[in-house]
Design a protein around this ligand. Structure first.
Ligand code: ATP
Length: 216
């Protein structure tokens, strides 16, 4: 079973750590703040108070034996970079690091982070799309050109089939799934009907999604 070490137990790090633990994984959390460590002691496998920029401390904690490292320090960019570098040098196969901004992200990739996440930026994008159109429930950027959106169906779409809606031709978008109450119809067919209250999960080019956002 995979073992995870989460360094920096702020809002993001603690949420990742708790979720992994709930999913049944072994999670070691490290934070320099004793209070934070105490507050998480019962929610993850082990919580340790330590300065993770100290290589010897990380060695003593046996970090090299972990499969995945998550570095979740935003304010102290220097610490985030240093810790990411140490984890990669120790031989951790997969290191995820949280970046505060694009430049921080670039540096993290350069020094070997396998994945860089931008939680604040991504959540900002999702909230903005939802604010522009309240029919857009969620927005996930797949690449700079493509995204997935969840759209509340419009009244004029009720009881029409996907063929009649013709989203691919009219808007250049593909319906990947229909969410109906607790059910999800994955890869719906052209003859599947849209019902009141449905949510469409749609994939397409950002420029086509933006056009649809203005229309709905
Ligand atoms: P959030 O996820 O809450 O947005 P953030 O991006 O603002 O967090 P910080 O608050 O800077 O990040 O740091 C997150 C946590 O990392 C804090 O609890 C802090 O105590 C811890 N931390 C910072 N530097 C170190 C370090 N060198 N070693 C261990 N933990 C550290």
């Amino acid at each position: 079973m995979k073992q995870f070490v989460v360094i920096g137990l702020g809002r993001f790090g603690s949420s990742v750590a708790r979720t992994l633990y709930k999913l049944g994984y072994d999670v070691l959390g490290i934070d320099s703040n004793e209070e934070i460590v105490q507050s998480l002691a019962d929610s993850i496998t082990h919580a340790v108070q330590a300065d993770a920029t100290d290589e010897n401390t990380l060695k003593a904690l046996g970090i090299r034996n972990f499969d995945v490292g998550i570095v979740s320090i935003g304010d102290d960019i220097q610490a985030s970079i240093l810790i990411t570098l140490i984890l990669k040098e120790m031989g951790l196969k997969y290191v995820v690091a949280k970046a505060q901004n694009d430049l921080h992200g670039k540096v993290l990739y350069k020094i070997g982070a396998d994945r860089v996440v931008f939680p604040e930026r991504d959540m900002g994008i999702r909230v903005a799309h939802n604010l522009v159109s309240s029919n857009i429930l969620d927005y996930i950027e797949l690449s700079p050109d493509f995204s997935i959106v969840e759209i509340k169906v419009l009244p004029e779409w009720y009881d029409k089939t996907l063929r009649e809606l013709n989203m691919r031709v009219k808007h250049g978008l593909n319906v990947m799934a229909i969410k109906r109450n607790e059910d999800v119809i994955v890869s719906p067919g052209a003859e599947d009907f849209i019902k009141k209250g449905d949510i469409l999960v749609v994939v397409g080019k950002n420029k086509d999604i933006e056009k649809l956002e203005r229309y709905i």
